[in-house]
Design a protein around this ligand. Structure first.
Ligand SMILES: Nc1ncnc2c1ncn2[C@@H]1O[C@H](COP(=O)(O)OP(=O)(O)OP(=O)(O)O)[C@@H](O)[C@H]1O
Ligand SMILES: [Mg+2]
Length: 250
């Protein structure tokens, strides 16, 4: 997975402007770093992402699906992998993909960075009844669409347990081939499994040689007792031990 990370870093040299989905948001969004989602992924990581896709397809073969990426603890590389996977599906497989920033904690590194940190998103759709189409962004090129977090909340349990969240995931799951959820970590927030149990499958991200076995086990226990369909675990930042990243059913 380091290969993915290094290649992504290189790809950041290019900048492209963000454009909103024309049907919903006529005002262009000036952006610098959020154009990341539009940049092509380096070919060197295609094979690893294709392996991940095959593994997900095996466990969740249905055509339209909502797949969540979640770490056991903070900083596992969840957002990096979720956005790389969403870009891969959109750019290389021609899949209609929506990437959702569902980390509403306000802690950790932000996927909704730059101007999108202030944009309406998930939170306003659930709490204020904002139509989802007004909050979804698209970018130039064939990158994934993006639903920003919409900020942070101290009431994330209420947000994730709300009927509107269930409806939102169901509606988005129909509109897109794949919805990729970038989640807050499982063990730190008891409300996270409540959200993840409403998806079709969860990919647990574990950072090699960093995440303690107990934390990974605790994350698995929380996911399974919340009724989540755990697809497997991705070992991030595994260097030169096996080619690519280690993927296995847990
Ligand atoms: N394979 C990798 N090799 C080196 N650095 C990485 C790798 N994956 C992620 N990182 C870096 O680690 C940091 C955390 O990554 P990222 O934000 O994707 O993790 P996260 O699990 O989403 O974190 P958070 O819990 O804060 O949301 C970032 O600075 C990212 O650039
Ligand atoms: Mg993150």
């Amino acid at each position: 997975m380091s290969k993915i990370f290094d290649a992504l870093r290189k790809a950041e040299a290019e900048q492209r402007p963000v454009t909103p989905m024309p049907a919903f948001t006529p005002e262009p969004v000036p952006s610098s770093e959020d154009g990341l989602l539009a940049r092509p992924l380096p070919e060197s990581i295609h094979r690893e992402l294709a392996t991940l896709r095959n593994s997900i397809e095996l466990v969740v073969p249905r055509k339209n699906k909502v797949i969540a990426f979640a770490g056991a603890v903070r900083g596992e590389g969840t957002s990096t992998l979720a956005s790389a996977y969403a870009r891969f599906l959109a750019q290389e497989m021609g899949t209609r993909v929506l990437l959702v920033d569902a980390d509403l904690t306000g802690e950790g590194e932000r996927l909704s960075a730059g101007p999108l940190a202030l944009a309406e998103g998930f939170l306003q759709v659930v709490e204020n009844g904002l139509p989802a189409g007004r909050a979804v962004r698209s970018f130039e090129g064939n990158g994934p669409h993006f639903l920003p977090s919409g900020g942070h909340s101290l009431q994330t349990m209420q947000v994730f347990a709300a009927e509107r969240t269930r409806e939102l995931l169901r509606d988005l799951g129909v509109m897109y081939d794949v919805v990729v959820i970038d989640s807050a970590p499982v063990t730190l927030y008891p409300e996270v499994p409540v959200l993840l149990s409403q998806t079709d499958g969860v990919v647990l991200i574990v950072q090699a040689e960093r995440t303690r076995r107990e934390a990974a086990q605790r994350a698995m226990n929380r996911l399974t007792s919340a009724g989540c369909n755990v697809i497997g675990a991705v070992m991030n930042r595994r260097r030169n031990v096996v080619p690519g990243f280690l993927y296995r059913r847990v």
